[in-house]
Design a protein around this ligand. Structure first.
Ligand SMILES: [Zn+2]
Length: 106
């Protein structure tokens, strides 16, 4: 099975873990595509020490990176995380929803 390729600004759905069923936008792909930071998914609270940047210390909420194997691209037509297939549009490689053929790449 190939690794689902997820890109920045994709809308994805979490398929496992505490954020299961939630969707969010990919803010950043890290570790050469193995993990992604997704807005609103996998939030962690971090206790900050007092520092110059954060003079009062306290708790900040951050989105932690999620393994991309726990994410699926969210299809707006199917309204759920879906498996994708690869397709060619001229010279471009595009990703399509396997269920409804929605193209994720324009
Ligand atoms: Zn679909």
């Amino acid at each position: 099975m190939s690794v689902p390729r997820i890109r920045k600004n994709d809308i994805v759905a979490a398929v496992t873990g505490t954020s299961k069923g939630k969707t969010g936008k990919v803010l950043q792909v890290v570790k050469s595509g193995k993990r992604a930071i997704v807005e609103g998914l996998n939030p962690v609270k971090k206790t900050m020490r007092k520092s110059q940047d954060n003079p009062h210390g306290g708790i900040v909420q951050k989105d932690a990176a999620i393994d991309v194997s726990n994410l699926m691209l969210f299809c707006p037509s199917c309204k759920k995380g879906v498996r994708i297939g690869r397709d060619k549009d001229g010279d471009r490689r595009i990703r399509r929803c396997r269920a409804c053929r929605h193209s994720f790449d324009g």
